[in-house]
Design a protein around this ligand. Structure first.
Ligand code: SAH
Length: 462
């Protein structure tokens, strides 16, 4: 078809790709890209053009003329369309992995690094029940309180207590919490009015021990019937070892407030990862996919190539998991993390594992130079042999990159949850004199559009 293309016209389209939002991608004869929700690479279809812009169009799938072999019919989730989290739900997993790899390749090409090799995506193969952490907003529905997820791009709560990505016990606990609220007159928070008590139910599960932590996020500091609640909850679910209230009285999109109050049980959740024990406060970051995190840390360790003689910096260290998992193979491990609760956890975790070669500092990783000054005053100049950086999605900073380059750190292992910022930062590392190794994507988040990556950067002429 030669166009011109008008809104609402129905056109035949071959789907040639799938993007990281799960949209099928095709092209008009004039070269413009058409994004089609629900379409899969290899589909032959008729689509209605519902948006026409100068560089791209959005089409709605009207008729599937020939279904792609990559399609997967999965009707196990009742909230999939509204929730939108599992962007690859309608795609065979092998094809999802291929799409994730090409997304990472694309990110490196966009960053001006087309020569970088991106390896096939590594996976544990487990695509459901892997999420060990979830935050569920609540609202009052026709039959009482319901917990679920925000519908894509909105703050409309969609009931989805039984998410296929989460362990089954999460759905059971949500049902229990909602039932308790209904029978005790506990109201759900409404963003529009700022009224109502329960905002979110925050659940964490320790895969290695089976322990569960339950945190109720309240628009207030007290839950009516608190003592009865914890008694009934832990009676029904013996694996719940820790129950918190988090207070968030701000009219904000931020889910968690700063104040936690332990109602019952242990302050920390215990888990076992890479053969080490970890204790996690509710505000400590922890990888959401336990088994895939072990795969990721194993790859990071391989790339780090430790011999037992190295000084290892673990920047953006959270509860110290990466550094502690490698501490037996390093002479000294120094972690830097911005959340004070996580730093305390890291210190406790090191002690719990009997390590005496670790130290953790609280602060901005960009200020590592200043943070190291204290350690250097005591121990003399520390020359980091290997630096692991594992920043949040926004990536690291030019300041940290130039600090590491000035110190002539021979090896940097970059662990990243965002391919675009990883590629951007790798370009800066290359300018600063680093060779970019093969990028290994690891699927920590099957069915969703996210993918983790790990890459070794080595100093040229080191
Ligand atoms: N390496 C850890 C945590 C990775 S997540 C793990 O594998 O579990 C990223 C971590 O960086 C979080 O713990 C977050 O609190 C921390 N963080 C965010 N911004 C930071 C900054 N500017 N400086 C130091 N740490 C930061």
């Amino acid at each position: 078809m030669n166009g011109p293309f008008v809104k609402n016209s129905v056109i035949p389209l071959e789907i040639t790709d799938l993007n990281n939002l799960g949209f099928g991608v095709g092209h008009l004869v004039d070269g413009r890209t058409v994004f089609v929700k629900g379409a899969v690479t290899g589909d032959s279809c008729e689509v209605r053009l519902i948006k026409i812009a100068s560089t791209y169009c959005v089409g709605r799938l009207e008729t599937l003329l020939r279904a792609s072999p990559h399609r997967l019919e999965d009707d196990t989730c009742t909230a999939a369309d509204a929730c939108g989290g599992c962007v690859y739900r309608h795609v065979a997993y092998a094809h999802e992995l291929a799409c994730k790899r090409s997304y990472v390749e694309h990110a490196f090409r966009k960053a001006g690094l087309p020569d970088v090799t991106v390896l096939p995506v590594r996976t544990t193969g487990r695509v459901s029940g892997y999420r060990n952490k979830a935050l569920y907003p609540v609202k009052v529905g026709k039959t009482g309180m319901i917990a679920g997820f925000y519908a894509r791009k909105t703050h409309e709560v969609v009931a989805a207590a039984h998410c296929a990505l989460a362990p089954e016990i999460f759905g059971e606990i949500l049902g229990f919490v909602c039932g308790f609220c209904d029978s005790h007159g506990i109201t759900a928070y409404e963003e529009s009015t700022g009224k109502g008590l329960l905002r979110h139910v925050y659940l964490r599960y320790a895969e290695g021990t089976g322990e569960v932590m339950v945190t109720l996020v309240l628009n207030g500091d007290k839950l009516p019937g608190e003592a009865e609640f914890v008694r009934a909850l832990t009676g029904r679910f013996p694996s719940v070892v820790s129950v918190y209230i988090n207070q968030n009285t701000q009219n904000t999109n931020v889910v968690l407030g700063d104040r936690y109050r332990l109602l019952l049980g242990k302050p920390h959740l215990s888990d076992i990862l890479c053969g080490k024990k970890f204790s996690l406060s509710p505000d400590s970051f922890y990888q959401v996919n336990h088994d895939a995190a072990e795969l990721l840390y194993g790859l990071a360790a391989e790339k780090a190539g430790l011999t037992g003689e190295e000084t290892l910096l673990d920047l953006y260290c959270g509860a110290g998991t990466i550094g502690i998992s490698m501490a037996d193979r390093a002479r000294r491990v120094i972690g830097v993390e911005i959340v004070p609760g996580a730093v305390r956890c890291a210190e406790e975790n090191a002690a719990m594992n009997g390590l005496s070669n670790t130290a953790f500092y609280c602060g901005d990783a960009s200020d590592t130079e200043k943070l190291l000054a204290a350690a250097e005053a005591a121990e003399g100049t520390l020359s980091p042999d290997v630096v692991i950086i594992d920043p949040p999605r926004k990536g690291t900073t030019p300041e940290l990159i130039s600090f590491l380059a000035c110190r002539e750190v021979p090896k940097i292992v970059y662990v990243s949850c965002d391919p675009d910022t990883l590629a951007r930062d790798c370009a800066l590392f290359r300018e600063a004199g680093y060779r970019i190794g093969e990028v290994t994507p690891v699927d920590l988040f099957p069915r969703t559009g996210h993918v983790e990556n790990v890459v070794l950067l080595t100093r040229e002429n080191a």
